[in-house]
Design a protein around this ligand. Structure first.
Ligand code: SF4
Length: 322
């Protein structure tokens, strides 16, 4: 039996790869990438079935963020020309949620720029969470750093998922953001997990991080006990410090997804930003590399593709859309 089969077989038994095995997966020659993806897919189907989850978001407050994340079109200090708008309120959220339901996404997150919503915005978001529940949707929020009291209010309103990305490893984070500490992000994730919330936390890839950074992030997410891991691929935005960074090659992006599946065998792995830009017509390949979900419709500041095409891809591959 070859080494990949040994590591894959162990993963099916719930055993995680050790450091040397992780190195092996990361450095597997390119011509064996299809084998790596096939194993990742087998592990995914073993733990999560032949399904793919669709989720959608609304950009409920866009831009003018005081933070300096080097990849982000919404950081107020960079001249990116990205659309900005004030908080859209409960009406705007309701309308976007109906639109998402029409596209087949019951899982729907309210996203706001900045590190914290204002008190009146937070109150409207809590009310919207309760409203979305009443529509039989699964509401999520991605609204920055939250304390335990705020998390509890959201939980009581019916929050299905708290989203808060760590973005990258602890050691690489100061290269992409200097305006807040990584520990603050980790604390929000830890507090939400401790409350019993489903937590969706992942990162963005293609920032110039190393494979060691990618692996460190996955291992931390596993230790934190997050339920779902969003994977974003950098779409370089002119005007940001990473505006000249090359797009990841599709093969590199596939390897990230597949290796993450080995490291997080029973967690949801959702492909979000950059999917269309990195993969173009090849985007269905992601559904065969260990991913268990995709974000459909438009994303925060970039186009997210046609949800109907995504549905057809999933059905053609024999997957049930959830
Ligand atoms: S990633 Fe979030 S916190 Fe960072 S600049 Fe963008 S909106 Fe602000």
């Amino acid at each position: 039996m070859n080494t990949l089969d040994v590591i894959g077989g162990k993963a099916l038994e719930g055993l995680l790869p050790h450091a040397e095995e992780i190195d092996f997966l990361v450095n597997l020659p390119q011509e064996r990438l299809p084998e790596l993806c096939a194993w990742a897919q087998r592990i995914k189907e073993h733990s999560l079935g032949k399904t793919v989850g669709f989720c959608a978001i609304v950009n409920a407050k866009s831009g003018r963020c005081e933070q300096d994340c080097t990849f982000c079109a919404q950081a107020g200090r960079y001249r990116t020309g990205a659309r900005t708008h004030a908080f859209i309120g409960r009406e705007g959220i309701r309308e976007a949620a109906r639109h998402a339901l029409d596209k087949g996404a019951r899982r729907f997150a309210i996203v706001t720029s900045g590190m914290r919503p204002r008190p009146e915005e937070f109150a409207a978001i809590v009310a919207s969470v309760a409203e979305l529940r009443a529509l039989d949707m699964l509401p999520g929020v991605s609204i920055g750093l939250l304390d335990q009291q705020e998390l509890l209010r959201l939980q009581e309103a019916g929050l299905a998922c708290l989203h808060h990305n760590l973005e990258t490893s602890a050691s690489f984070f100061p290269r992409i953001c200097t305006t807040h500490a990584y520990a603050e992000d980790v604390r929000t994730v830890r507090d939400a997990v401790a409350l019993g919330l489903n937590v969706c936390s992942g990162g963005i890839f293609g920032l110039g991080e190393s494979w060691a950074d990618r692996v460190d992030l996955a291992l931390l997410l596993r230790e934190l006990g997050v339920w779902s891991v969003p994977i974003n691929f950098l779409v370089p935005i002119p005007g940001t410090p990473l505006g000249e960074q090359p797009l990841l090659a599709p093969e590199e992006a596939l390897r990230i997804v597949a290796v993450y599946r080995f490291l997080l065998p029973d967690r949801h792995i959702r492909i979000c930003g950059g999917r269309v830009q990195v993969f173009g017509q090849r985007r269905a390949e992601l559904l065969m590399a260990g991913a268990s979900g995709i974000m459909v419709g438009d994303l925060l500041t970039v186009h997210g593709g046609d949800a109907e095409e995504d549905r057809k891809d999933a059905e053609r591959l024999g997957m049930r859309v959830e």
